[in-house]
Ligand binder design. Sequence first.
Ligand code: GEK
Length: 241
Amino acid sequence: MTKDNIFSIPQKKVEDFSFDKKVVAVFPDMIKRSVPGYENVIIMSGLFAERFARPDSNVYDLGCSLGATTLAMRSRISAPGVKIIAVDNSPDMIESCREILASDNGMAPVELLLDDIRNIDFQNNSLTALNFTLQFLPPGDREPLLKRIYDSMPPGAALILSEKITFSEKRNSELFMDIYHSWKAHNGYSEMEIRQKRTALENVLIPDTIPQHTARLEKIGFKRCELWFQCFNFMSMAAFK
Ligand code: GEK
């Protein structure tokens, strides 16, 4: 695994974060050291897929990056006729993801799309995973996307929504952010790396609170929304139609 040291050199002006070749080259190390619980969320996405992927339906992995969620789901799906549709709008991610998928011998076919998740015509959708992706959409685009996902689902279908979050109580936001940064330092990131990455993400990743997520999902029509994972300012929810 190539070590992430992208932000280890002082930068005069920290540019907005983008999922380019440099990030792709270190992505597995970056996400493992930057998202608490990431590996669990991925494994559990496979367990959701085992239960919710219905015969002859589509399963979506939106913002698939290098295909970690797709591979976890693929390894668990046994229902016949399931296709996984994995989407990312970073050409560098998709190129590397294609190579990774080619060396996997899972059964379910995977359609890999280089596209914006806002452009996808969702069909026959038994399960959608949005693992740490919705947070990168402009806030006003989040509800319309979730509504289109909901509309493409039969009753009983599921959504996995994993996100970085913030808190309505300012002191809690600061506390959890601070503990989160201590965890990053524990994982070997320097104070400068943590600071520069934070600046790079400032305009790019806009977190919501758990009540905002829940209210939006319920407004759209999802019947049961459950928080099934949380660690500091990261969480994963499951919502069912
Ligand atoms: C994993 N789910 O390993 N359309 C398509 N893709 C997008 C868009 C968009 N509008 N915006 C961002 N992305 C993955 C991890 S990473 C999370 C997801 C992170 C893509 C972006 O290119 C990147 O690959 C991914 O969403 C977010 O389980 O790095 O914190």
